[in-house]
Ligand binder design. Structure first.
Ligand SMILES: Cc1ncc(C[n+]2csc(CCOP(=O)(O)OP(=O)(O)O)c2C)c(N)n1
Ligand SMILES: [Mg+2]
Length: 611
């Protein structure tokens, strides 16, 4: 097709580029003076150094859309077109998980925001920063177009998300919008982090500026917020920890910073503390370190309870559910409990994601990374009580490839073959399925794993993976998102955004052709009520027809592999898929696994559950 024909057909040619920024370059508009309210909004986003704005379009923000393209040239921020608002927010969520910083997402009036809500809730529970821009039909009813502007105008639109965002606003003028965006960015990025929402009145966006706004240096409105621990609390904690015979560290919500990681290791070694980590949040401590108690836990594991029983001091570095992890002790722990957290600042009366109230003997209201540094300093140079190193072997599946194609695959086969395929290279696991066992994979760097979806909202995996892969592009790390088939299918169109914007990513689907977690629940109900367990699959299994997951990938321009049903085909599929990702593309490998959570895995017990 010639360029003219392409233009006439209205289709963009798929340019041969690997450069995300080159995918949608606008022709210059010839103006760089802010002339409209939305030009001011676009300029603030640029001044805030926000690199991307993931969006699905809508007339309520057509003013802003025009300003992003024609006023600031679709660069810093660059638009990332998404096929669903949930994907737009999930991509921003994944980006924040890697970088620790907010990018923007834009969603159309009330309806786009409705689509976005689950992803916003996931980011909220995960304490991740996102600047979400929404819009409303003209607040001034006299300016509304018939019908559509009325249904897409909601009084107090921010109320839709107020209970699970850190802050929201509906600025009434360009000057107020500029201030709202500065505040939004500052609040979202300051610890404890969280999503924020700004609702932009269509009329405010579209109206011509009466006069230019006075200049504004955005950096002066972003004072760093330091949440450092009071010295006397640190010295009290250091005294308890150095005297402790059986200290335990619960390493929870911490940053992706490598120096902070090394300090955590140094602290644990200095005091000889046993450490545990959680698959709910990003990697926090080397899982093969001799001090690590078993592999990272997702739900309470039998191995941890005796360690907590024996403990005399427990240091929680913002553990996500401190009361929950102590519950199996059957009462308040004998140990003194030190809690380091800022999370109480976010607790509200609507969402119970704050969890049960834990017993705490010393509360340090500080960022865990800061407190760790301060504790190390307070403890001073002391010989490590325990040396580092790697001691923990990973789980090996039974049978290996010896029995080749004859046996059904389990998620452990998937993990094992993938581990072999990636070898020694740096990998970031951007998502893990419910069936995953922590004993499948070691984390030795804060970016080896970025944590779960936060809010337990299924469908987050693909979008979060795309956002994490975007942040990792060019880093040399291989992003791999391993998703359940239910999770994959709920948000499969997130992949198109990765393909379109040349974001290399490997998605592996642990495909048991079922919303299997809920089969487990139906099995429990049947047993409790003495009803036929054999009916548990009804309303759960995605069979007849089976869904062609690799086909869904191919339909969006990604490379699709599978379904892989034999152990001896896994290695080849993974090797080919990784080569595709190394060439800058998106690959999806559909691995047919037998349903089952842990029954075939190390330990034997069903270790994970969710609803
Ligand atoms: C948005 C949403 N809908 C429904 C659920 C309930 N739920 C929890 S796990 C699950 C099954 C997910 O299926 P899949 O990703 O294939 O994982 P599997 O359980 O099969 O390993 C469902 C439906 C949920 N948590 N979130
Ligand atoms: Mg499934």
């Amino acid at each position: 097709m010639s360029t003219r024909e392409v233009a006439a057909s209205g289709r963009q040619p798929r340019a041969k580029t690997t450069d995300t920024a080159a995918v949608e370059r606008p022709i210059p508009s010839g103006t760089n003076v802010a002339g409209f309210g939305s030009d001011v909004v676009a300029e603030v986003l640029r001044d805030l150094d926000i690199p991307y704005i993931a969006l699905n379009p809508g007339a309520s923000y057509r003013g802003l859309h025009d300003s992003l393209v024609n006023h600031i040239g679709n660069a810093a921020p660059q638009m990332l077109l998404c096929l669903h608002e949930e994907a737009a927010v999930a991509i921003a969520h994944g980006y924040a998980k890697v970088t620790g910083k907010a990018m923007a997402a834009a969603v159309h009036s009330n309806v786009g925001l409705f689509h976005a809500t689950m992803a916003i809730f996931n980011a909220w529970c995960d304490r991740m920063p996102i600047i979400i821009l929404g819009a409303t039909g003209p607040v001034d009813a006299a300016k509304r177009r018939p019908w559509i502007d009325w249904i897409h105008t909601t009084a107090d639109q921010g109320a839709i998300v107020r209970n699970y965002t850190k802050w929201d606003d509906q600025p009434a003028s360009p000057a107020a919008a500029r201030e709202a965006l500065l505040r939004a960015s500052w609040l979202s990025n300051a610890a404890p982090q969280g999503p924020v929402y700004i609702n932009l009145d269509a009329e405010m966006q579209e109206a011509a500026l009466e006069k230019p706004l006075p200049p504004c240096d955005a950096r002066r409105y972003m004072p760093p917020v330091v949440n450092a621990a009071p010295a006397e609390l640190i010295s009290q904690a250091a005294e308890w920890l150095t005297r402790a015979e059986h200290p335990v560290i619960l390493a929870g919500r911490v940053s992706r910073d490598v120096t902070a990681w090394q300090r955590r290791v140094a602290l644990a070694e200095a005091i000889g503390a046993r450490v545990t980590t959680s698959l709910k949040v990003g990697a926090a401590f080397p899982t093969d370190h001799p001090l690590h108690v078993d592999a990272p836990m997702n739900f309470t594991k039998d191995e941890l309870t005796p360690v907590l029983k024996q403990a005399d001091v427990i240091l929680s570095l913002d553990w996500v559910d401190l009361a929950g992890v102590l519950k199996p002790l059957g009462g308040p722990p004998a140990a003194k409990v030190i809690q380091v957290s800022l999370d109480h600042q976010l607790h509200n009366g609507w969402s119970m994601d704050y969890q049960a109230l834990p017993p705490v003997d010393l509360f340090i209201s500080a960022e865990p990374d800061h407190a760790t540094t301060a504790l190390l300093q307070a403890i001073g140079p002391a010989p490590a009580k325990v040396a580092g190193g790697s001691s923990r072997p990973l789980h090996e599946p039974k049978g290996g490839e010896k029995d080749g194609g004859e046996r059904a695959l389990g998620v452990e086969d998937l993990a094992h073959a993938l581990r072999d395929a990636v070898g020694k290279r740096d990998v970031t696991l951007t998502h893990l399925p419910l069936s995953w066992q922590a004993s499948f994979w070691h984390f030795r760097h804060p970016l080896d794993f970025v944590g779960s979806d936060g809010g337990g909202g299924v469908g987050g995996g693909p979008g979060i993976s795309v956002g994490a892969a975007l942040a990792l592009k060019g880093s040399g790390r291989l992003p791999i998102g391993i998703c359940g088939d239910g999770d994959f299918l709920m948000s499969v169109t997130s992949l198109w955004t990765a393909v379109h914007y040349r974001i290399p990513l490997l998605i592996v689907v642990a495909n048991n052709r079922s919303f299997y977690n809920d089969e487990v629940h139906q099995e429990r109900m049947a047993i409790m009520r003495n009803r036929p367990v054999d009916n548990k699959w009804i309303g759960q299994k995605m069979l007849d027809p089976e869904i062609d997951l690799a086909g869904l990938a191919r339909a969006q321009g990604a490379r699709g592999f599978g379904p892989i049903t034999r152990a001896d085909a896994l290695s080849k599929a993974f090797a080919e898929a990784i080569a595709v990702v190394d060439a800058g593309e998106v690959a999806v490998v559909d691995v047919r696994i037998e349903p089952g959570y842990g029954a075939r895995n190390a330990g034997g017990a069903m270790a994970r559950k969710s609803d």
